[in-house]
Each structure stands twice: as C-alpha cells, then as structure tokens.
Design a protein around this ligand. Structure first.
Ligand code: 13P
Ligand code: ZN
Length: 310
C-alpha cells in the first residue's frame, strides 16, 4: 500500500527534523533511549533489518508487531510520562487484548529505515479498556500511524495467543517473491500449498507440520482480510495472502523470522524445480507421502493428516 504517513528515513535529507523527542513527537518520553535499548525493541529492529536484507520489503511493503509481556509494558509505561496522541477507535474490537501494549511498524514506513530511525518508524500502542480503541504511547514520531494491517495484527494476536496458551507474541507480514509467485500457479487451497511446500524441502514438515493456510486475493489493510486470516490462524501459524505475501506467527523473533525464511526458501526451490521441469509439477523425484509421515514419526511432530494421501 502506498505510504502517506509521517514516518521517516534515516540519512535521507527528507527526514531532517523528524527526530524522536522533538515537537510533534508521539509522546513525552523521559528516557526515550532506554525504550530503544530494550531487548524486545532491539530484536524487533533486527528482524526488520533482516527482512529488508532478504528483499521482502520493497518500499513500505510488510509490517511487524510484537505483543509485549506485562513487565515490558510496565517498564515502558514507567518511562513514558504523557502522550499527546488521542485514542483511536478500532474497526473491530479485540477484547482479548484489552490493556495490552504492542510494538508495531508504522503505516507507510519503510523497513529499510527502521534501524537508523526506530522511533520515527515504529511505535508502541496500548489497547484501551474493552479492546475497542488504541493510542500511541511511544514512537511513531511526527504523527505516523500504526500499520494499515493493524486489524490483522490485533485479531491474529488474539487468536494465536489463545491457540498457543499465551506463547505466541510475534506477527510478521512480508512480501517474499517466491511465495507470491506460487499463488499464480498452485491452487489456492491450504492442502495444495502445504503439500507443495512440505515436498519442496525436507525441513518443512518439521518447521510447519500443521501446514499453511491460504487466503484468496483480497483488498489489503482492513477488517475483511483480518477476519479471513484469523479464521485460518486458529489452525495454522502461517497464512499465504494470494498475489500479496505471507503472514506468519511465532513465539519469538527468531522463530517467526525462521518460519518466514523456511517457507520462502521452500517456495523458491519449488519455483525453480517447476521452471527446470518445463513449468509442470509432475517431478521425476519427489518426497513421498510416506516419507513425510516418517519425518513426523522421527521428529515427534504431528503432520496434518488431512493433507496426506493414504
Ligand atoms: P503498511 O505500510 O500500512 O504497513 O502496509 C504495507 C503492507 O504490506 C500492506 O499489506
Ligand atoms: Zn502487504
């Protein structure tokens, strides 16, 4: 989606004067640097830099959110003494996240710029009582807003938190090219995508044994795609958005980046193998369904049996 918001770059001259803590910043932060130095902010920034390096974030493509722990939220609240930002009503309430704090990327912000200017491009939002509104309490300086995919991030945190007994904390949306390319030629079903990816690279069956969900092409950035994704995230921790990208969940930045990376690498291998095979998917050599079951048994993971043939 086109960037139109107040986030800014690092060395780009156009960003001059948008530094954190100046007039117009989102919050009065008595120790802004301390927030930037926290482990979770640094892990978040590192993932953004890694995703940019992978080529998954053209322009402002992609976004990231982190559901903060209670101690992390308390730490930030103790450092941020006031906020000038108003409460903003949410399209869809998320009662499960009432009172929670989340670190999110900004709408229209470039992943590429985040390491050089974190407080201009990412920010912490707190969810109000009842889960019907949010406000920025740190970062997103110069009036930037949270990602346009905030509805997807919030709804899916609620779903993944419940599905994992509170372990899931990270949601990552990227535009990895081979996953997107696959959506042109593979039937847009969870079964077809899961099988193609599992069979593209042996490791996949261990990394995402439930498979991946698939959302058909939809307009990005709203409640509809958020609802469709969250329905699938009851079961899967990664969901393909046709002709758009991938949405992945995990317990840590490492696990979530690793999931995105594994799926995209398998998709890349699949695309190359099809090209070498004249475009067809009837490969001379393939991992059998029995082979996939053996991986499950050997590594103690439970593959989604619905996607395996008898
Ligand atoms: P944002 O810049 O609003 O995060 O949008 C990017 C994107 O990838 C939308 O799907
Ligand atoms: Zn996107």
């Amino acid at each position: 989606m086109a960037g139109k918001d107040g986030c800014s770059g690092g060395r780009d001259g156009a960003s001059a004067g948008r530094a954190f803590g100046r007039k117009g910043a989102a919050s009065m932060d008595v120790h802004g640097d301390l927030v930037e130095q926290t482990h979770f902010v640094q892990g978040f920034v590192r993932l953004c830099a890694d995703g940019w390096q992978q080529g998954w974030h053209e322009r402002n493509g992609g976004n990231l959110s982190y559901l903060m722990t209670q101690p992390e939220s308390a730490f930030v609240r103790s450092r941020v003494c006031e906020t000038s930002r108003d409460w903003v009503a949410l399209e869809a309430r998320v009662p499960a996240l009432a009172g929670a704090c989340l670190l999110v990327t900004g709408a229209g912000c470039y992943m590429r710029n985040i390491p050089e200017a974190p407080a201009a491009n990412i920010g912490i939002v707190e969810i109000g009582e009842g889960g019907g509104a949010y406000r920025v309490i740190w970062g997103l300086a110069s009036g930037a807003h949270p990602t346009s995919e905030l509805p997807s991030h919030l709804m899916n945190h609620a779903v993944r938190e419940r599905a994992t007994g509170g372990a899931s904390r990270v949601l990552y949306h990227a535009h990895p090219r081979s996953v997107v390319a696959m959506t042109f030629v593979v039937p847009l079903t969870a079964r077809a995508f899961s099988r193609a990816l599992w069979k593209a690279m042996t490791e996949c069956a261990m990394v995402f044994p439930s498979g991946v969900g698939v959302v058909p092409w939809m307009v990005p950035g709203g409640e509809a795609i958020a609802r469709e994704t969250s329905r699938l995230m009851e079961v899967y921790d990664a969901v393909v958005w046709a002709h758009h990208g991938l949405f992945a969940a995990g317990e840590s930045f490492d696990a979530t980046f690793g999931l995105m990376h594994t799926i995209e690498k398998a998709a890349d291998i699949y695309c190359r193998a099809r090209c070498m095979n004249g475009g067809a998917d009837d490969f001379l050599n393939a991992i059998s369904d029995e082979g996939l079951r053996q991986i499950g048994q050997a590594y103690g993971v439970c593959l989604n049996e619905e996607f395996l043939e008898a």
